[in-house]
Design a protein around this ligand. Structure first.
Ligand SMILES: C[S@@+](CC[C@H](N)C(=O)[O-])C[C@H]1O[C@@H](n2cnc3c(N)ncnc32)[C@H](O)[C@@H]1O
Length: 263
């Protein structure tokens, strides 16, 4: 068997970047990412269930367990897309104070947010969520506003990781928590081989069948391989000022939940 070529993770903030495996100028990357989510927004949730066999629900449930939502908590869910984390948060909080808007969902893509708004109406969440179009690297939000900031399967899509982590730190209140859930590719060799085979051979085909866009899901699997290793990402969080940074590895290391506190 031919030796596998070692992939170098992307480094951000250098002027050059990658869109999946393709080298691109840093300034061009976000537009390419936005095109992916424009294309898949309408079928995004169906595709999540299909490609993960429903597992993404368990992973998101783990994030919510770690978050321990409580009455009075204000959450910012970044790259919140179609609202999964916000809905789970609201379900966990239960009864709210009259007129409370405990969740802000912020995403750069208005089409993803539009699908989220529709889902919120279906679930009877009419006023509990603020839907905000914005870039995680440059948030249109005041300092020290939120008790918790989450970003699930979103940070991989951001161009400048350092900027995005610093922004999350800025908008958190002292004592607030930052939870980042992201795919990772640092698993045990056997799991990695199966996962690689499934990712490169099956996921883009499911993507094509459901969304009509095979390339969007090639980007997904490639961008996971270009994302920094868990220890490297955890260090970026510490460098941005987060303390007690810890990680939970799920599904044999296919998914990592990073956790840190602002003091
Ligand atoms: C894979 S989806 C995750 C959606 C949701 N968090 C979930 O777990 O189902 C990634 C989201 O990141 C958003 N995104 C990409 N770049 C972004 C940026 N720079 N700032 C904010 N959101 C971004 C996309 O528009 C998309 O909605």
């Amino acid at each position: 068997m031919a030796a596998k070529k070692k992939l170098k993770p992307r480094q951000t903030g250098t002027g050059q970047d990658h869109f999946g495996f393709q080298p691109v100028a840093e300034g061009d990357r976000q537009a390419r990412v936005n095109t992916v989510f424009d294309s898949v927004a309408a079928k995004y949730d169906l595709m999540n269930d299909a490609m993960s066999g429903g597992l993404h629900r368990l992973w998101k449930a783990h994030l919510i367990n770690r978050l321990r939502p409580g009455k009075g908590m204000r959450l910012l869910d970044l790259a919140g897309g179609t609202g999964d984390i916000a809905f789970r948060f609201l379900n966990a909080v239960g009864e709210l104070e009259e007129g409370a808007v405990p969740v802000t969902v912020c995403d750069i893509n208005p089409n993803m947010l539009e699908v989220g708004r529709g889902r919120a109406l279906d679930k009877g969440y009419l006023r509990e969520i603020e839907w905000l179009t914005g870039n995680a690297e440059d948030l249109p939000l005041k300092d020290e506003t939120f008790d918790a900031v989450t970003i699930a399967f979103g940070i991989r899509n951001v161009t400048n990781l350092e900027k995005a982590i610093k922004e999350a730190h800025r908008v958190l209140k002292p004592g607030g928590r930052y939870l980042v859930m992201e795919f990772s590719s640092g698993q045990a060799p056997l799991i990695r081989d199966v996962y690689d085979w499934y990712s490169f051979n099956v996921i883009p085909k499911i993507g094509k069948a459901i969304t009509g866009d095979e390339a969007a899901y090639e980007y997904l699997v490639e961008s996971i391989r270009k994302f920094p290793r868990p220890k490297v990402f955890a260090k970026l969080m510490s460098d941005a000022g987060f303390v007690r940074v810890a990680m939970d590895q799920l599904a044999g290391g296919i998914v990592t939940l990073y956790r840190g506190w602002k003091i």
